[in-house]
Design a protein around this ligand. Structure first.
Ligand SMILES: O=C(O)[C@H](O)[C@@H](O)[C@H](O)[C@H](O)COP(=O)(O)O
Length: 224
């Protein structure tokens, strides 16, 4: 795979990637008033957050938005917002602006308008970091999800509610046009199963392998 960087181990990858993201944000802030960073939740990015939160950046000029959120309150261990607050938006990064992808209403549909309005001023994304599942989903663009075709379309709204077998609870996700509009894109994956999955995705269409929607513009970072 042409755009894949292979690292000797996970720790080295997380450190390098955090440094790279920090330098891309700093570069953006040289010629823009503000920068927007979008990050995944899930289990992979924690060590990147640990390093990034200590970086000396103009955090008060940086907006942070999740790629996607599970529709659960912040008291749930499944809440990506809670993960960000506990592990990223602390220390120096506490000065960043969190753009919410969750509101305490029963379904994501009920919050879509309000959250989309809040998101729009922070677009386009300056630096996009994505994770990926072994099923080739990225953000909450899951194969077989109810609103996948809508979210992949060129005219998709910025945020889409999503339900899928592999997703657990209902989700809200940035749509493909928002992801594709990012100025710099990185995908971080670990282990042999995800490595095989991303190689496979390169030969599939986005409706089968949603990560494919951003693959051409992304640098993939992999460690075993
Ligand atoms: O909320 C989420 O679930 C994520 O944003 C999602 O897209 C994630 O990046 C992948 O599912 C990989 O998750 P892991 O890193 O936990 O394998």
């Amino acid at each position: 795979m042409r755009n894949l960087i292979e690292y000797p181990d996970r720790e080295a990858m997380m450190l390098d990637l955090a440094d790279l993201i920090a330098s891309e944000l700093a570069e953006t802030l040289l010629h823009e008033d503000r920068a927007t960073l979008s990050v995944p939740g899930g289990t992979t990015p924690g060590p990147i957050f640990d390093v990034l939160s200590e970086q000396a950046l103009d955090w008060d000029r940086i907006s942070v938005v999740l790629n996607d959120e599970r529709w659960v309150g912040e008291d749930s261990p499944r809440s990506n917002t809670a993960l960000l607050k506990q592990r990223f938006l602390i220390s120096r990064a506490a000065a960043a602006t969190l753009v919410p992808l969750y509101a305490p209403v029963p379904t994501p549909e009920e919050a879509l308008d309000e959250l989309s309005l809040g998101l729009k001023p922070h677009l386009p994304i300056s630096v996009l970091l994505l994770g990926m599942g072994a099923d080739m989903h990225t953000a909450s663009l899951f194969p077989g999800a109810d609103n996948l075709a809508l979210a992949l379309g060129n005219q998709a709204p910025p945020l889409v509610a999503m339900r899928a077998d592999g997703a657990g609870e209902p989700r809200i996700t940035l749509s493909a046009p928002v992801l594709k509009g990012a100025l710099r894109t990185h995908i971080v994956i670990t282990g042999p199963e995800k490595r095989a999955a991303i190689e496979r995705a390169a030969h599939l269409s986005p409706d089968k392998a949603p990560v494919r929607a951003v693959l051409a513009q992304a640098t993939v970072h992999w460690a075993d």
